[in-house]
Design a protein around this ligand. Structure first.
Ligand SMILES: Nc1ncnc2c1ncn2[C@@H]1O[C@H](COP(=O)(O)OP(=O)(O)OP(=O)(O)O)[C@@H](O)[C@H]1O
Ligand SMILES: [Mg+2]
Length: 289
């Protein structure tokens, strides 16, 4: 079936020449803008005409409710994909923007961590679950929980890239060093393909010296690893999920919408650089200065 023949509400799965770039949005620290980035980057990529799947790997389900999916109405979700190995096509729902689909999560997912603990190949459940979908999308973005447990390891195992949002605050860089070491360990033991897509400054407040200082230090320590785009702190970005909408629908002309559109373009072009010339951003783990 051609995608254009598919009524809205029924995700189409056309196996084409695509091979999705899979990006895990991760930071063990809570409240740094992972979910906000997952929703809005997905929506902006879809608005550019790309086919995008957002996977909610957090039992809190904020990415699910943030795009207007009512958790009580969800049948099978990412839990069934991980634990029962159901056909991934059963768990995909249409998202809020044309071209964007969602694999939702519910609180059930919290149990998966324990239930998978004794299973074989427990780190690779998500990777296996997503494999049949990879040719149907240009991008798969995974919203990770704020912990370094099995759900995050599954996300990093399923991904080719990790995108790390960090909030402009005093201890941000210490947390980043720790996280980069963890990503490096996952790369060594679970997924050798894994690279860093970039570090993203979020909740940037132009009026504070702290934001400027964190940015300056980050760009000094990790110059090629840091996205040029910075996400400003804006009330509109925090309001949008309450309406189940990405910012480009909720307030399309806002600073937050422009920032996530810029990020989407930067993410796309970094991939083109990497594949086109074989180089692009190349990252060493630790310090890339
Ligand atoms: N740029 C921003 N400006 C203002 N508020 C923001 C911005 N980004 C995120 N927020 C708000 O900050 C809070 C935390 O953001 P978010 O849920 O995206 O972080 P998270 O890293 O996913 O959190 P968790 O670790 O709990 O999953 C939310 O209330 C969100 O609406
Ligand atoms: Mg979150």
């Amino acid at each position: 079936m051609l995608e254009s023949d598919t009524p809205r509400g029924v995700p189409a799965f056309t196996a084409g020449q695509r091979q999705a770039r899979t990006i895990a949005i991760t930071n063990q620290k809570g409240g740094v803008g992972k979910t906000t980035t997952a929703i809005n980057l997905s929506a902006c990529l879809a608005a550019m005409g790309l086919k995008v799947l957002m996977v909610d790997m957090d039992p809190q389900g904020n990415a699910t409710s943030g795009v207007g999916i009512e958790k009580s109405q969800i049948g099978d979700c990412v839990y069934e994909l991980l634990v029962d190995g159901v056909d991934p096509r059963r768990v995909v729902r249409p998202g809020p923007v044309e071209g964007m689909d969602v694999i939702p999560s519910t609180l059930d997912l919290a149990a998966a961590e324990i239930e998978l603990a004794s299973e074989l190949s427990r780190e690779n459940r998500l990777r296996a679950g997503l494999d049949p979908l990879r040719t149907s999308y240009d991008f798969i973005l995974i919203d990770c929980p704020p912990a370094l447990g099995l759900l995050t390891i599954n996300s990093l195992s399923a991904a080719g890239e990790a995108l790390i949002p960090i909030q402009c605050e005093f201890y941000a860089l210490e947390g980043l060093v720790y996280l980069l070491r963890t990503v490096q360990r996952v790369k060594q033991h679970v997924n050798q393909r894994l690279v860093i897509a970039g570090v993203l400054l979020t909740m940037y407040d132009v009026r504070t010296n702290l934001s400027k200082d964190v940015e300056a230090e980050l760009r000094r320590e990790y110059p090629s690893m840091t996205f040029k785009t910075v996400i400003p702190r804006t009330v509109r970005l925090s309001e949008a999920p309450g309406y189940g909408k990405p910012i480009i629908q909720y307030e399309p002309s806002s600073k937050g919408a422009t920032a996530y559109e810029d990020l989407a373009k930067e993410v796309v072009s970094s991939g083109e650089e990497r594949t086109g010339q074989g180089a692009g951003r190349s990252y060493r783990f630790g310090c890339d200065g």
